[in-house]
Design a protein around this ligand. Sequence first.
Ligand code: 5GP
Ligand code: ZN
Length: 109
Amino acid sequence: MDCIFCKIINGEIPKEFDYESDSLVVFPDINPSADLHLLIVPKKHIGGIRDIGENSGNLLAEVYQTVNQLVKDHNLSDNLYRVVLNGGKAQHVPHLHFHLLGGNWKRMV
Ligand code: 5GP
Ligand code: ZN
């Protein structure tokens, strides 16, 4: 499948992960929109929010638990941060991913 995030996850495109579990990876956005801009990406190819099924509960819980840990690791608790999930025309990479934006973001994604 010609999916850039699948290629990163499969190691076809070399990339250091900030964090990896059985279900997801975390790596920096190539074009950061904030001081800290990480992508939390499920390993399984799920196209987007419309493809989230009723069995995705554990995965989504892990995504937000991972965000919680990243917020702590980067001392964002008393700072500006947000989690963004783009869909429809706002989504450019068709593989489900969550943006963690921290610090003073320059623009919205
Ligand atoms: P979307 O608009 O789909 O929510 O966000 C896609 C994000 O993926 C963009 O912020 C873009 O900068 C990032 N991105 C696209 N291609 C790559 C890549 O090859 N490597 C990394 N690290 N980020 C990418
Ligand atoms: Zn994919």
